[in-house]
Design a protein around this ligand. Structure first.
Ligand SMILES: CCCCC/C=C/C(=O)SCCNC(=O)CCNC(=O)[C@H](O)C(C)(C)COP(=O)(O)OP(=O)(O)OC[C@H]1O[C@@H](n2cnc3c(N)ncnc32)[C@H](O)[C@@H]1OP(=O)(O)O
Ligand SMILES: NC(=O)C1=CN([C@@H]2O[C@H](COP(=O)(O)OP(=O)(O)OC[C@H]3O[C@@H](n4cnc5c(N)ncnc54)[C@H](OP(=O)(O)O)[C@@H]3O)[C@@H](O)[C@H]2O)C=CC1
Length: 567
């Protein structure tokens, strides 16, 4: 099991005692992992003991310190008791993360007073109970840091008026407390307001709501959902001395969705005929009965593929930890500029040139899942998963693209993939466009071959041209030098839409909906993309397996089991 890879320095919270409410699931679990990895003694508290025990066990196995306590934040007396117990057992309370909370969805017109009060009671009163208990029981005398998870409320929350009101109440309460409690030994209290986050919390919602969420990426300038780790990092920052002069703020972790409801042209009308920034086509079922129908869905709700798969993989400890360790490198790395695909005349020319471009497998019922641009920072997590599933794939690696293949960690990843029986193919040294006249094809191919020979003792025969681009000259070179040129017939577009797993998976669905008689598939995704390595690859693999295909490396799917490499 790999430990939580926080972006913050290792001992940031060493010796501190921090309580995370709702720490047995989702965002709270991720926060608990990150703070524990940064040296804190973590207490996770919620109503159900089982999730707490699982997370405690995870953290302890990783060398962290974690205690659990039962807590209903709605119960003021219980809140007081939990703080007392923590101080008695651990000697102090440096930090409180109010993460527990939630709501159900209902249009305001169908909301009952009891429903409204319930959500206010959980979120606003519950947070108040915790803040007051922490202040009275320890922080008033000794100081401390409080961070409360709210929700992005800037423009209200249609169909969740109760939670919008509660969270806005917390944000304002936080400002007042910052002013009033600051003088008490420098207590700092702040909020973090997540936008849409892929978390276990989503499983609480009905299919219609999840569909809404799954379509909402276009409302966000970043065109993607947030990750648990992105919320956790904001919490760690606000708890840390890096935020020592930040008090009473609400930090929105929403990719800018609260600022911009930018809809791609066309989608505006499709989703938004009435000018609301929320898609109305999903609409709320008409009639009050439906509200109760939705409420009383007890069995796991049939949610869309995205979250079904997320839930499914989220059960695995390693994967789930990986999912919450994510800080997408796509945020920092330049996105590769797509080169337009070649006009048809050139494609024709390709066929006549030295090497043939292969797009599909030949072995019946085979499916080759291929990964480009790596190794990425998270390829090892993917390798863990592939090992557990006993599945072999193909990695078309670069020498110097997202990472440097000479970096010891990256080199070790290549060696590990090779030793595990995955096929290593060439994707050129620097991800060069082989169709560009300025590209030195020989240098691009040879430099990577030499590096791979050093690492795995062999040079790959199979290669994938970056962007799928070739030219007659490139194919002539590749053919003459014995390379097999592999493109794809399933393009997930994951580099352009990381996190839009629904869209990524649609490529698989479309392919399988085509006449599959005698057809076999080669899919393209990128292990350099963290969300692909950690989440989407698993969704894709589960999907392909569920359709009865045999997943194998490209060489095998072409009936070639011993011609993958040369000396
Ligand atoms: C909304 C968009 C924001 C952005 C995305 C946010 C995502 C997240 O926050 S993820 C976190 C997800 N986790 C949750 O939301 C927790 C799931 N929700 C719940 O557990 C519950 O809904 C609850 C905690 C908010 C309330 O549970 P409980 O105290 O057990 O309340 P009751 O079930 O007894 O209900 C009391 C009362 O509330 C009304 N009500 C409850 N559910 C519904 C519903 N689905 N539709 C309509 N009304 C509902 C109702 O009045 C209930 O009274 P009775 O009718 O007498 O039962
Ligand atoms: N995911 C998202 O997109 C967003 C989430 N949020 C907020 O982030 C927080 C975490 O959400 P997420 O991880 O996604 O969802 P989860 O539903 O997984 O987490 C909610 C946690 O709160 C605990 N909890 C609920 N009620 C109580 C209670 N009365 N007393 C103590 N603990 C309680 C639950 O544990 P138990 O049931 O065992 O008590 C659970 O662990 C929530 O406040 C949520 O509303 C805000 C905006 C967006």
């Amino acid at each position: 099991m790999s430990t939580y890879r926080s972006i913050f320095k290792k001992d940031l919270f060493k010796g501190q005692v921090i309580l995370v409410t709702g720490g047995g699931t989702g965002i709270g679990r991720c926060i608990a992992h990150e703070l524990a990895a940064l040296g804190a003694t973590i207490i996770i508290a919620a109503r159900k003991s089982e999730p707490l025990k699982i997370v405690q066990d995870e953290i302890q196995k990783l060398g962290g310190i974690c205690d659990t306590m039962l807590l209903n934040i709605r119960d003021a007396a219980m809140a007081t008791q939990v703080i007392e117990d923590i101080v008695a057992k651990h000697g102090k309370l440096d930090g409180l993360v109010n993460n527990a909370g939630g709501q159900f969805m209902s249009p305001a017109s169908q909301l009952t007073s009891k429903g409204f009060s319930t959500v206010i009671d959980l979120n606003l009163n519950g947070t108040y109970n915790m803040c007051k208990a922490a202040f009275d029981g320890y922080m008033g005398e000794h100081g401390g840091q409080i961070v409360t998870i709210v929700a992005e409320t800037r423009n209200g929350i249609p169909r969740a008026m109760h939670t919008g009101a509660a969270r806005a109440g917390i944000i304002n309460m936080t400002k007042t407390l910052a002013i009033e409690w600051g003088p008490y030994n420098g207590i700092r209290i702040n909020c973090v307001a997540p936008g849409l986050i892929i978390s276990s919390g989503m499983k609480n919602y009905h299919e219609t709501m999840v569909d809404l969420l799954a379509h909402s990426h276009w409302m966000n300038p970043t065109s993607r959902y947030g990750t648990e780790s992105e919320v956790s990092a904001a919490v760690a920052f606000l708890l840390s001395p890096a935020a020592s002069y930040i008090n009473g703020v609400n930090l929105e972790v929403d990719g800018g969705s609260s600022l911009s409801k930018g809809n791609p042209e066309g989608d505006e009308l499709k989703y938004n005929p009435e000018g609301s920034h929320h898609p109305v086509y999903i609409g709320w079922p008409e009639g009050a009965d439906n509200v109760h129908g939705i409420k009383h869905v007890d069995a796991p709700v049939k949610i869309n593929d995205l979250l079904n798969n997320y839930k499914a993989i989220g059960r695995s400890t390693v994967t789930a930890i990986a999912a919450c360790t994510l800080i997408p490198s796509s945020l920092a790395s330049p996105i590769p500029v797509p080169v337009p695909s070649l006009p048809a005349e050139f494609q024709e020319l390709n066929k006549r040139a030295g090497a043939t471009v292969i797009h599909a497998c030949t072995v019946p019922n085979s499916f080759a899942i291929t990964f480009d641009d790596g190794p990425g920072t998270f390829t090892n997590d993917l390798l863990d998963y592939l090992y557990r599933k006993q599945i072999k794939v193909t990695f078309f690696v670069n020498g110097f693209n997202y990472n440097d293949i000479k970096n010891p960690d990256i080199a070790a990843t290549v060696k590990r993939a090779f030793a595990a029986g995955h096929q290593i193919g060439s994707h050129t040294w620097s991800h060069a466009d082989l169709a560009a006249s300025s590209t030195n094809i020989d240098e691009e191919m040879t430099k990577l071959d030499v590096a791979l020979k050093e690492l795995i003792g062999k040079r790959p025969v199979y290669m994938r041209p970056p962007y799928g681009n070739t030219s007659p000259a490139a194919l002539e070179y590749l053919g003459a030098h014995g390379y097999k040129v592999i493109n794809w017939n399933v393009d997930t577009d994951d580099w352009q839409h990381p996190s839009n797993f629904k869209l990524n998976l649609q490529a698989y669905k479309n392919a399988l909906q085509r006449d599959t008689t005698g057809k076999t598939f080669i899919s393209l995704q990128h292990d350099a993309e963290p969300l692909t390595a950690q989440v989407f690859s698993k969704i894709a693999i589960e999907y392909v397996l569920s359709k009865g295909f045999n997943i194998m490396p490209v060489g095998s799917c072409l009936g070639d089991n011993d011609g993958w490499y040369r000396d």
